[in-house]
Structures are given as structure tokens and as C-alpha cells.
Design a binder for this molecule. Sequence first.
Ligand SMILES: Cc1cc2nc3c(=O)[nH]c(=O)nc-3n(C[C@H](O)[C@H](O)[C@H](O)COP(=O)(O)OP(=O)(O)OC[C@H]3O[C@@H](n4cnc5c(N)ncnc54)[C@H](O)[C@@H]3O)c2cc1C
Length: 366
Amino acid sequence: MVQCHGAQCGYCTPGFVVAMAGMFESCDRVTEKQVRDGLTGNLCRCTGYEPIIKAALAVDGSASPKMRDRYPTLPDADDSVTVGNFAAPATLDEAIAFKRDHPGCTIVQGGTDVGVWVNKRNYAAPAMLSLSKIASLNEIREEDSAIVVGANTSLADFETFITDRIPELARIMAIFGSPQIKNAGTLVGNIANGSPIGDTIPYLFVAGAVLEMNDGTRTVPIDRFYLGYRKFDLQPDEIITRVRIGIVRDTLKLYKVSRRKDLDISAFTAAIRLAMTGDRIDRAGIAYGGVAPTVIRLPRTEAFLAGKSATLDTFEHAGRIARDEIKPISDVRGSADYRLQLAENIMAKFWYEVFGETPARRLAHA
Ligand SMILES: Cc1cc2nc3c(=O)[nH]c(=O)nc-3n(C[C@H](O)[C@H](O)[C@H](O)COP(=O)(O)OP(=O)(O)OC[C@H]3O[C@@H](n4cnc5c(N)ncnc54)[C@H](O)[C@@H]3O)c2cc1C
């Protein structure tokens, strides 16, 4: 960084160096694309990014040992750990018992939401529980046209797994947070955090995702999990162990609207799914985020679309129903009016993107 003039005031330098070190854990040389993607979570206001990118491209990672070799796993790393009111048990039974016996206990996984509450809101939980040592929760697998994702699966591993299976959701994951956040944060954490603008949730709604508690003692469809703003159908002795997510093969589009494309919190999100026969819509699944205390389905708009032809007129009309079906609030990310307009316009945008005249279609009609 110094040789390539990538460090000036020094404020951001440690973050860049740590992010680069992370990239070289899995390779010895990086491409420019890898550098640009890998450093999206770091900001510099002195040098500009070119010297920093040059510095990463100049590194030969084979010259120094990888972190995992430098800090090998200790022989007793799989044992349960309890320190004061923090526990990282090795079995699910122990985890359930700890949560039950410590009212108000907060599960902390990647800590990318919980850490912000601690930093910004002085949040102090009476007890904290990590599931990271429970090996059975590390899984991610495909089963009967669905993906089963364990509570410990990071957003990064989820993104890699769905790249070819659910490319539309992978497109949203590519602009979700930064690599650092996605390496630490979990998919189940995004669900359980329950933010109305959680970026994975609209897809999970239209795909009929089902949450599994305590290894399957109970299952809850995701659209019944949210009972109000950050209120959940989750008992004190329950942990979300897995989520089962359908692989949508129908017509599907996802939207994340924010002031900046990369690294920004959404003002509005949407998932629109259609099952079609020819030009006719058999069924519609629509979920919006950022317009209510939780992500919501739009049953009236869905019912209107069912049985209709997929014309622009139909979708403009559907947009007006969608607008009428929600009551968004104004906040720092957008006014209620802005969100109402988005809720309406997104339906027409969807039509133009999926059915509208593309140069290829125009040629076919000529
Ligand atoms: C800089 C930054 C950028 C971000 N960008 C985005 C973004 O683009 N889009 C987006 O949607 N979010 C974003 N987030 C929010 C956050 O990264 C995600 O919500 C992430 O998925 C949370 O996962 P985690 O494992 O870190 O959760 P944690 O912070 O560990 O936990 C979050 C909540 O889930 C609960 N929980 C976790 N696991 C379980 C479980 N198994 N059972 C029951 N409850 C559980 C916890 O108790 C807590 O209430 C961002 C956060 C930061 C700091």
C-alpha cells in the first residue's frame, strides 16, 4: 500500500489491508474484478481507489502464510464454551436449554445486526448465545426443488450456492452489503432480524419459504412468522435451525430500490412472481418491503392479476391497486408518497422488463 501510494491519511488503511488479506486466503493472485468486488465495503477519501487497486494487484499471496495456517484450529475448538452470560454450546440441546433458562437471551450469529444495536443503541442483552459450534447447522443443500439452509450458513455461501439455482436472487445478493458483511452475516440472521427492508425476505415470501424450529419440532411459513414490527412467532425455547426455500422457476423479478446501488439500505423492495400459460396469468405472488412494519404480501393485487392477460394496461391497473393496498410511513430513506409511487410504478416497470418491446421482440413482430 505504501509503495503503490495507496495510503495517505492512514485512516482507512487498516480496513483495506484486512479486506485484502481476506481475499488472499483463497488465492495467491487477484484479478482487478476480484479487487473491486472484494473492497466494495471500504471507503477512502484521500487517494482515490486506483493506487489501492494497484497495491492489491501487486501482491503475491504465496509469499506469506494463510491465516488458517498461521492460526490452526485448536484441538478442543469443538467443545462448548460459556463465559459469564455468553454461551457457544456444541449441541442444539444445550443451546435450546440455555435460551430457555436465560429470558431475553439474544442469539448472535454474524452480529452484523446485533453489533450495530450494541454500538449505536447501547444495547446490552441479559445473555448471548452463539450457534457457531453446532456443526449440523452449517449445511446448505438442494432437496426436492428446494434449498435447505442451516442457521450457520453465511450470506456469502448462500450467494455462491444460488448463483445458478436462483440467479434473480443472486443478482440482489451481489448488491447486498459488502463481502465482509456477507462473510460474517447469515441468511437466517436476515430473516430473524425481521427488518421490513431485509433484502432476502421478499423472495422468501413469494417462494413460500418455511422456517424450521429446533430441528423440526415445529415449522412456520415465513409469511406467518412476522406478527408485527420485530415481533415473531418464536417461543423462548425455540431457535430457527433451518429454512427451506423453494427454487422459483416461474417468471420472477426482484427489486431493491435505494439511493445508491451498492452498499445502501433499501427504501423499498419487491418480489413479483407469475405462473403463466401463454399470455395468461394463472397465479401471481407479490411481496413488498419498506411499505409496512413487516414485508407483506399484496393479496388484492395478486387476485386482480390472476386470470388476466399480461398487458401493460393490466399491470398499470395492478399498480394502482398495489398503491391502495399499502400504508407506508415517511422516514430517512424516503417519504410515504415516494414509496406509494414506487409501489405503483414497479408494476409497470416489471411489465416493460418482462413483456415489453425489446429490440429482439420488435424484430420478431416485423
Ligand atoms: C454495513 C452493513 C451493511 C448491511 N447491508 C445489508 C443489506 O444490504 N441488506 C440487508 O438486508 N441487510 C443488510 N445488513 C444487515 C445484516 O447484515 C443482515 O440482516 C444479516 O443477514 C444479519 O445476519 P447476522 O448473522 O449478522 O445476524 P445477527 O446480527 O447475529 O442477528 C440478527 C438477529 O437475528 C436473530 N437470530 C440470528 N440467528 C437466529 C436463529 N438461528 N434463530 C433465531 N434468531 C436468530 C438474532 O438474535 C438477532 O435478533 C447490513 C448490516 C451492516 C452492518
